[in-house]
Design a protein around this ligand. Structure first.
Ligand SMILES: NC(=O)c1ccc[n+]([C@@H]2O[C@H](COP(=O)([O-])OP(=O)(O)OC[C@H]3O[C@@H](n4cnc5c(N)ncnc54)[C@H](O)[C@@H]3O)[C@@H](O)[C@H]2O)c1
Length: 341
């Protein structure tokens, strides 16, 4: 059993769900997050669900000395690295911020890990590393050619992490390429929040469903797909969290850098997702079809067979589960973590 797993970005959406999964599996964890896109309230919610409040250090990962102190204090033996900026549109508007934070924080983390001789790292990568002209389903070896700065930071970080193997044979690296995470903790106590207007489809949909935003814009219904809208591989955040534990287990027995797609292998169109939300909430979503959005790929679906073969992991939850859990979260927390109960 690991002494401590450091969870960077552990108060964020995916990090917090994985923190719960780690605690429930008996791991000890410590969280570093600068709260740039999350709330300290998440720690109380983790405590509510698991009975444990994990140690938390509010710091920017680029502060290498603080990261190193955390390694020493908690005898950390492995790291799950979620921290980073994640909004594609924002990365196009402000690429420097994305390169500085996503790459800067990873380089700082690597430096602190090397100094502390910690060599196990699981990184939150993304399906955005794949070429926009590649055909779905994407295998791990499908051509990479990110079309926005966010995807490029993920790609460059993957390269840097893979390079580490050349300098030290003990490195054990997991590159987890998430497809489209949705859903929330089944208790409704953890979920996806957004500071300001949401960038991601589900939080946006939830705010329209609850009357906080007037309508959903669907960017194009004239694509070459059965209903004309883009198709994505949506995956429940709880399934993603389990994928991290499976990867950690795998890396105990293997050195090297290993990439896995974490997706369901099933495509759902934007319209199908909206209709599933309508079924769950029981009334129609106010929506408008607008012109296509630049940079949107028609279809992005994972081939998750490598994760199944090597990690014995596969997604189990459905689009219905994702929509039900997101709606439960939205109703319990209309103002995200600033809602009180
Ligand atoms: N949510 C998605 O759709 C999606 C898809 C693919 C990949 N990912 C990746 O997964 C990871 C987690 O995503 P999420 O949805 O949980 O995002 P999130 O914004 O909810 O969580 C990221 C956390 O990192 C923290 N953070 C950012 N920069 C930091 C820094 N320099 N130092 C310390 N903390 C910092 C933020 O405060 C936040 O709590 C990200 O790396 C993201 O790029 C997310």
């Amino acid at each position: 059993m690991d002494k401590y797993v450091l969870v960077t970005g552990g108060t964020g959406y995916i990090g917090s769900h994985t923190a719960v999964a780690l605690l429930e599996a008996g791991y000890q964890i410590v969280i570093i997050d600068n709260l740039n896109n999350s709330s300290k309230e998440v720690l109380s919610r983790i405590e509510e669900i698991t009975g444990t409040t994990p140690p938390f250090v509010q710091a920017d990962l680029r502060d290498t000395d603080t990261v190193h102190e955390v390694f020493e204090k908690y005898s950390v033996t492995s790291v799950m690295h979620f921290a980073g900026h994640k909004a594609v549109g924002e990365s196009v508007e402000n690429p420097s911020m994305y390169y500085a934070n996503n790459i800067g924080s990873t380089l700082s983390l690597i430096e602190a890990m090397q100094a502390a001789e910690i060599f196990t790292l699981i990184f939150s990568s993304s399906a955005t590393v794949y070429s926009s002209t590649a055909l779905s389903p994407f295998k791990e070896e499908t051509e990479k050619d990110p079309i926005n700065p966010y995807g490029m930071t993920k790609y460059l970080i993957e390269q840097r992490l893979t390079d580490l193997i050349k300098t030290h044979a003990d490195w054990r690296i997991g590159l987890l390429r998430y497809f489209n995470p949705l859903g929330a903790h089944p208790t409704g106590r953890l979920g996806e929040t957004s500071i300001g207007t949401p960038n991601n489809l589900m939080p946006y949909l939830m705010q329209v469903a609850s009357g906080k935003l007037p309508k959903l814009k669907i960017f194009g219904d004239d694509y070459d797909t059965p209903d004309g809208t883009c198709i994505r591989d949506y995956i429940h955040v709880a399934d993603l969290a389990k994928g991290h534990l499976a990867a950690l287990q795998f890396l105990k027995g293997r050195t090297g850098a290993h990439a896995w797609n974490l997706g369901t292998g099933k495509g759902t169109s934007v319209l199908e997702l909206v209709e599933t939300v309508e079924k769950v909430i029981g009334y129609p979503i106010n929506r408008e079809i607008t012109s296509r959005r630049e940079g949107d790929v028609i279809e992005a679906i994972a081939d998750p067979s490598k994760a199944y073969a090597e990690l014995l992991w596969r997604a189990e939850l459905t689009i219905d589960d994702m929509c039900k859990d997101s709606w439960n979260w939205q109703q319990q927390n209309p103002d995200g973590y600033s809602s009180t109960r």
